[in-house]
Design a protein around this ligand. Sequence first.
Ligand code: GAL
Length: 844
Amino acid sequence: MVRVRKIEIVSCLLLQIVVAATAANVTYDHRALVIDGKRKILISGSIHYPRSTPEMWPDLIQKSKDGGLDVIETYVFWNGHEPHKNKYNFEGRYDLVKFVKLVAKAGLYVHLRIGPYACAEWNYGGFPVWLHFIPGIKFRTDNEPFKAEMQRFTAKIVDLMKQEKLYASQGGPIILSQIENEYGNVDSSYGAAGKSYMKWSASMALSLDTGVPWNMCQQGDAPDPIINTCNGFYCDQFTPNSNNKPKMWTENWSGWFLGFGDPTPYRPVEDLAFAVAIFYQRSGTFQNYYMYHGGTNFERTSGGPLISTSYDYDAPIDEYGLVRQPKWGHLRDLHKAIKLCEDALLATDPTVTSLGSNLVASEYKTSSGLCAAFLANIGTESDATVTFNGNSYHLPAWSISILPDCKNVAFNTAKINAATESTTFARQALKPNADSSEELGSQWSYIKEPIGISKADAFVKPGLLEQINTTADESDYLWYSLRMDIKGDETFLDEGSKAVLHVQSIGQVVYAFINGKLAGSGNGKQKISLDIPINLVTGKNTIDLLSVTVGLANYGAFFDLFGAGITGPVTLKSAKSGSSIDLSSQQWTYQVGLKGEDTNLGSGDSSEWVSKSPLPTMQPLVWYKTTFDAPSGSDPVAIDFTGTGKGIAWVNGQSIGRYWPTSIARNNGCTDLCNYRGSYSSNKCLKNCGKPSQTLYHVPRSWIKPSGNTLVLLEEMGGDPTKISFATKQTGSSLCLTVSQSHPAPVDSWASDSKILNRTSPVLSLKCPVSTHVITSINFASFGTPTGTCGSFSHGRCNSPRSLSIVRKACVGSRSCKVEVSTRVFGDPCRSLAKSLAVEASCS
Ligand code: GAL
């Protein structure tokens, strides 16, 4: 213990020393942010600190740095920091100061988006729900109670950052802060009060005197000196609202978020790189990947409705913290190429010339001899060969070539030099506690959650209550319960006391129980309409409706008022006669949350766990508990919830979020190989149609002990917990890459003074990602006209017979290898054809 503390103290001191660097003066001009008098080309990436753990942060930040980032951008999450009014939380995943200091320690800058409205697919857009209950409050408009709270929290964060000397003006890493978020997208809905609120936000922020610039994103009329910035899949066409402001892009969506019930979006890296390159080509100087690491919506932090627990986002670093290849590597190469152009880019404005239809050259050339150029083919159909400064260049459709010396190509967005690395989930049985002699599967104990009202604080109200107003989002769950006496001769009854229960809800899930038995359920984003055939009995009956939220809305004008829950009508009707009775305005009994939530069953501590068999399965509302040993090794861990229905899970008392493997993605709109050419949109490239949206749920390693861990599930729908398993995510047992003769030489063959080194042929280079691994076999190699992708390569008609032996000789037994892609090395198997080298290798 003492040793650990010493290390902590030392590392704290170290952090302080690093942060106590000299103050920097951050300003801007029409080209760029200016730090200590020098314009900067900055490449930024979003990492939201509560979407990973403090234990993961150093590695995520290092991988960001290695990927060529200069800046980490994050929102500040008000509801995480102030879950109850005036009760602050800056601990654990919410240790903002630690996060910012770690970024500083890595030598990177921070863009702090204080908001405090975040959006971000985060519960209620980041607003604490208690805010909603302040009398007279109206969110995001010229409303005194709201402005008072917004100012108080914004000032609190600025003061905290100042105290810790985290602004660049104090020697810290924060070079930019954001106020509000995309308000310009919705402000017209707020009328004149919206405009005055926006202006107030700006001057309130400026009054806090951070010593560094502020930005507003998607706010075309952001008042001076606030920089208005762009968000979107492309921002090359954006111009700031003043000639004195630089062109900045605060959200370049690297993929898109996943919703329960939706297929999984992905964004091809060729298109992402194209978007970035054309932005810098067209004079942009700051660009941020949203997200660079998306992470996980632990606990009940996901926004809504129906945002999944995974916030992977197809980002360059995946949910689990592993680099996603070739995305990460191709962007790293892009960043190097852009940085090779930095001096020229910042020294002057470009000369733009057309090289043909959809073909544009931008040359940044100074009298002092600096020169960098970008050649763009923005056509979506055909490759082109262009002549620029007397030289000829091959430009694939929808691609940009970067020429740091105006002559040699360092990078083309459509020609990938980074290998694809496979990642796999290795299944591991849920290993029972080693101390126990019992068999796997009999390890589970359970507690049944009562159906209907069971808590003393239940209350009666006439009519159907809106859910968020009733629960204050203290829980996902709200019971609406009704007792009914049935005589048997009611007109809404059919023969045998049958009827149809009609329930209307605005979301997101409803379970209907009749006399303690589940009769039906449904779910939806905004509207659920259920017609459930039921059987009543003569005498007393109970109708218990359990309404469940899955993330509160986070986007749109007045999203805070969208509401949730059973809004009605709730009726009983005869299937035959059409006669019905409206129950909506009856005296309903309400219970906020579940009994097991009140007694904190998620912690696992309770004397009530029942371990005698049989284990009840496929029944709604059962709490389950088991113990397990950590999956071996140090790879990231996931739980595969296949076999269960829907609920919330806890590992050692920490909520890993909502699980819902039975939420199936719609069965259309997916493409395995999405054409990256042409404008991307969030539904252009989808996978996983017809399959569960999310079966695997991240359990951070630091939450697991070597043995004796507790896993608790609240299964609301009905499932079999003995079916769940662990998986560890492994990276890089196979590597694949295709490099053509027209690929640029690796960007590493450029010296930092933007001079190309001697070797200019394309090179296929491979490296096992795990440092202790070597390339053990070459499963495929062909120099010629190979086709296919990783796992399905095949020879074309043209193939150098020496391909395999040459690549084997160069690679097997080493961790990394480089093979020149040329006829000098492989001979020429087909003279007139353009050739490439495709390789698939295994590492272990
Ligand atoms: C933007 C918003 C972000 C995030 C993104 C979608 O409109 O500013 O916070 O919600 O959309 O991922």
